[in-house]
Design a protein around this ligand. Structure first.
Ligand SMILES: C[S@@+](CC[C@H](N)C(=O)[O-])C[C@H]1O[C@@H](n2cnc3c(N)ncnc32)[C@H](O)[C@@H]1O
Length: 338
């Protein structure tokens, strides 16, 4: 379940005060909010009259909210219904760009929308499409080869029972199309009751990542954002699961320190450093925030200041090549069913 929900079913922007204290010294320009959602971040940034926001979101259901912002903030606010991996399609005055912000995952409104089928409690067909998808979770669960399903569950969900669950799905779907509650029962039949997290959490996470191609979205979104950001600009990313965080951590850390700084080894060719980091460790929510909004406990905020230009992100693509390849297994569904 995503970290930006609470028991009152109201959307709480996670780590908002922390985000603002990091970016406010750089106020007086344009910020790109790559994950507009319910507009919590954008609204706070626009409270300072010197700022402008360019907001993106792949979900067409946030367009109405964005229109309200447009009405209120006029030409200080622009919205694009785009995936953030397409950020380079936006025309903008790069010189005034101060920062690019990502708050990954889903808003409470999305989790609560029965049509989106993100919740374990949905009584509908599986779906999980956030916008501009090639296939749904229904097609993944009911049509993907069991060996491919296994890889999706293992690498995107880190689910120990991936193989058994993939095989059970393959048997079950011969009799009937698997819907959300069928999948939850099937997972429950394989896993012992876990009182900390719902039994289906990991499998649902894996399906959401796969359906929305979240790994390639993130990797390409980070790289393209870096390229459009001027030197001195800030990138801030809030993640909600360990897979996202590994990617973001590598992105900032690998390009902000020399690999071979030990005085015991001869120096190899030093690569260009791309970021200056102020914090080595991620910023996490306070106990107070977690008490108000319990699922925020999994949020991690990382940020860096761009100090050099570069087109070389080979190491990032190589490091996560395995995950990017697993996402490509979805192309089989796309070819066969569209
Ligand atoms: C956690 S919510 C953001 C909440 C927002 N910061 C706020 O304060 O209201 C994440 C949003 O990002 C959007 N999103 C997720 N992946 C995306 C992508 N690849 N491209 C564009 N939007 C994306 C989702 O549709 C969702 O609306």
């Amino acid at each position: 379940m995503n970290a930006t929900i609470n028991t009152e079913n109201k959307h709480f922007p996670v780590l908002l005060d922390e985000l603002i204290s990091i970016i406010s010294p750089h106020y007086g320009g344009t910020f790109i909010d790559c994950t507009f959602g319910q507009g919590g971040y954008s609204k706070r940034i626009l409270q300072n009259k010197r700022n402008k926001i360019i907001a993106l979101d792949r979900d067409k259901d946030v367009i109405k909210k964005a229109e309200n912002f447009k009405f209120k903030f006029g030409d200080k606010f622009k919205f694009f219904n785009l995936k953030f991996s397409e950020i380079d399609q936006i025309q903008l005055n790069k010189n005034s760009l101060k920062g690019i912000i990502f708050d990954l995952g889903y808003s409470t409104n999305q989790i609560n929308d029965p049509e989106k089928g993100l919740s374990f409690f949905s009584k509908k067909k599986l779906n999980m499409r956030m916008g501009f998808n090639k296939y749904s979770a229904d097609e993944v669960v009911n049509k993907l080869e069991p060996t491919d399903l296994y890889k999706v569950f293992k690498f995107f969900g880190e689910e120990k029972k991936s193989k058994i669950i993939a095989n059970k799905i393959a048997n079950y779907r011969r009799k009937k199309n698997i819907e959300t509650q069928d999948l939850v029962s099937l997972i429950n039949s394989v896993k012992k009751n876990n009182f900390k997290i719902h039994n289906a959490t990991k499998i649902f996470q894996a399906l959401r990542i796969f359906v929305n191609q979240e790994i390639s979205e993130l990797v390409n979104g980070l790289v393209k954002s870096f390229k459009i950001l001027p030197i001195g600009g800030i990138m801030v990313v809030v993640t909600f699961n360990s897979i996202e965080d590994k990617i973001v951590k590598f992105f900032f850390n690998n390009y902000s320190k020399h690999q071979n700084d030990s005085r015991y080894f001869p120096s190899i060719k030093k690569k260009k450093l791309l970021f200056q980091l102020k914090n080595k460790k991620p910023i996490v929510p306070s106990i107070k925030e977690i008490n108000q909004n319990n699922p925020s406990r999994s949020a991690k905020l990382r940020y860096g200041f761009k100090i050099n230009n570069s087109n070389d992100f080979e190491e990032l693509y190589a490091k996560f090549g395995n995950l990017l390849d697993i996402e490509k297994l979805g192309f089989n569904l796309w070819k066969n069913f569209y």
